[in-house]
Structure formats: structure tokens, C-alpha cells
Design a protein. Structure first.
Length: 189
């Protein structure tokens, strides 16, 4: 997988992102707590890329006040409810859930959402989501990769078959988590 080390939050945090993802703040305003990247590769570039991604995924890294919850799983559920309600989704299904070696919880969710800019149309959105709890700075880092699914991918998923692009996105998420490094904790002061 071709990645590049990327500085986040003015260099206070670094991680790796796939090549060809553009910083959305170059196009529009992004909240201070977020870093947002969109896949800006052309269909031809995607066809030759080795990471398995298409051309319409987005990556969001959001630093949030730590949720007070009895367990990390319950904190994840609070964040999932927030994300799905912001997306206009009524409910979600969990396709996969794991705890990574560093304690970060990762999962894949699917939900039916309104298509961007077309309130009368719905699409199935898969979200590869990670909750990295940074208790020493009372912050939850929520890392998500949004993957709008094509009809044939939804059909495969309904049969519990592998959706290659979703598997690839989940692998990218786990790599982002693995390489996520806080270099300057004054960001949280």
C-alpha cells in the first residue's frame, strides 16, 4: 500500500494516509477539531493503485472531548450514535469489530443515509471507524473512512460476502491507527 506520512493539527500529530488523498481544508473551512481528506484520484489512477480503494472515499480524524462511559465499547457506541445521527441515518449495522494491539477499537458499520445534496435519494454508506482513547489528555480520537457502497457491493454484503473495497478501507484504517503519533501534547491544553 502506497502511503505518505501526513502532519495533522499543525504537526502536533502524524499518521500515514494513502497517496492521492487531498486535504479538504484547501477547498473549504473544516472545524478546528477535524482533519478531513478526500480521495482525489482519477478512475484511471484508482485502477492502477494497489490499495484497493475507489475514488469516492473520505477520511475524517476528529479530536473530541473524552466520553464518560463505563467501558470503551460503550464510549464507542456513544460516538457511533453521534456519527450516524449527523449522517441522517436511522440505524446502523455492525459488520465487524476488533480491538487493535494498542487498545484502539476498530469497526465497520453500514447505514442508509441521504445521498449528498439529494435528500430524496438514499445510499448505503459503510463507515470504517476507530476509537483511540487518549486518557492522559482526556481526548477521544475518532478516525473514520466513509465508503459509499455501490448496489452490487451492498448485495455482496447482504450475503455476508467480502466487499474488497471495504476490506481495503478497513486495512487503511488500521494502518492509520498503527502509525498515529502524538508529537506535541500542548495541542490538548
Amino acid at each position: 500500500m502506497s502511503t505518505c506520512t501526513t502532519q495533522l493539527y499543525g504537526g502536533a500529530i502524524t499518521t500515514v494516509l494513502p497517496l492521492g488523498f487531498m486535504d479538504v481544508s484547501m477547498l473549504r473551512e473544516v472545524p478546528d477539531t477535524q482533519e478531513v481528506f478526500v480521495n482525489s484520484r482519477t478512475p484511471q489512477e484508482c485502477a492502477h493503485a494497489e490499495d484497493g480503494l475507489a475514488e469516492n472515499e473520505s477520511i475524517i480524524i476528529d479530536l473530541l472531548q473524552m466520553v464518560e462511559a463505563p467501558s470503551d465499547d460503550e464510549a464507542l457506541n456513544v460516538h457511533i450514535e453521534d456519527v450516524t445521527s449527523l449522517n441522517g441515518g436511522d440505524a446502523w449495522d455492525t459488520v465487524k469489530k476488533e480491538t487493535q494491539p494498542d487498545g484502539t477499537i476498530t469497526c465497520i458499520l453500514t447505514e442508509s443515509v441521504h445521498k449528498w445534496g439529494k435528500q430524496d435519494m438514499r445510499e448505503t454508506l459503510a463507515i470504517c471507524l476507530a476509537l483511540k482513547r487518549m486518557k492522559d489528555v482526556e481526548t477521544d480520537a475518532l478516525i473514520s473512512i466513509n465508503v459509499p457502497l455501490k448496489a452490487e457491493e451492498v448485495e455482496l454484503l447482504s450475503k455476508t460476502e467480502e466487499v474488497k473495497r471495504l476490506t481495503a478501507s478497513y486495512d487503511v484504517l488500521k494502518n492509520i491507527v498503527k502509525e498515529f503519533k502524538v508529537l506535541d501534547k500542548s495541542l490538548f491544553a
